[in-house]
Design a protein. Structure first.
Length: 248
């Protein structure tokens, strides 16, 4: 049979083209292979394959309709064989040309698939990086929440300070009612500090006064001690005079 080599090449191309197609029953109702292709390139490739199938089927039909005579005897048989041979060669040229078109389109499809795979791989890497970043953010969020909770529940020393109540403080300083809780606490601590500084100053003054009084009392005691000694000496010195006066 004519064109066996061309038909073999055609079958190989058709097999390569259809080997990755989804396993769908072509006889199912409403099935249309053209519905599976979306891009203009795939649509063109699909149409070119359909054209190739038609050319191959036409060639096969022509070969079946014009079989080669094993031993042509008449001139008519010889002429018919030559005519059929030329027609088959012409149809084979069309098929080879169509095969070249399909091979070119198929190579383009392979390149596009590789590009899409590379792009998908890059997108997956970006997506993985984003997911990793999200996990890191969640971990940081949990860490910050733990630190905030620990700070809120920490037994701060300023909480034990004997501060005046907020109400009393605001009564003394009504212009600070607009302050936030943090600023208000800072102001109350500063106020307590100033009060304690003043109290310390007063304590130091009182201490100085006390020390001065102690020094004065001590000086008075020393003076009294000296006076007692002088009185005793005076009494001792006046004893002879007392005796003389007593005898008189």
């Amino acid at each position: 049979m004519y064109g066996a080599r061309v038909l073999s090449q055609t079958a190989t191309v058709l097999r390569d083209y259809t080997m990755d197609e989804p396993d769908i029953d072509a006889a199912s109702p409403g099935f249309n292979m053209a519905d599976l292709v979306k891009t203009s390139h795939n649509i063109r490739l699909y149409k070119e394959v359909q054209n190739l199938k038609k050319l191959v089927n036409d060639l096969v039909d022509y070969q079946l309709a014009h079989p080669k005579h094993p031993k042509p005897t008449t001139r008519e048989d010889i002429d018919n064989d030559k005519k059929a041979h030329r027609e088959i060669e012409k149809r084979e040229k069309y098929i080879r040309a169509q095969l070249s078109i399909i091979k070119s389109l198929y190579r383009q499809s392979v390149l596009k698939v590789r590009e899409e795979k590379a792009k998908t791989s890059d997108d997956r890497a970006v997506n993985d990086a984003l997911i990793l970043g999200l996990h890191n953010l969640k971990y940081e969020e949990q860490s910050l929440r733990s630190e905030i909770s620990a700070a809120e529940n920490y037994d701060h020393k300023y909480m034990k300070l004997p501060l005046i109540s907020t109400e009393e403080y605001l009564e003394q300083f009504p212009d600070q009612k607009h302050l936030s809780e943090h600023d208000l606490m800072t102001a109350r601590i500063e106020h307590e500090h100033q009060v304690r500084v003043k109290l310390e100053e007063r304590r130091q003054e009182k201490l100085k006064q006390k020390q001065k009084l102690i020094a004065e009392v001590k000086k008075g005691k020393d003076d009294l001690t000296k006076l007692d000694a002088m009185v005793e000496k005076f009494i001792e010195a006046a004893e002879p005079i007392k005796k003389v006066l007593a005898t008189d």
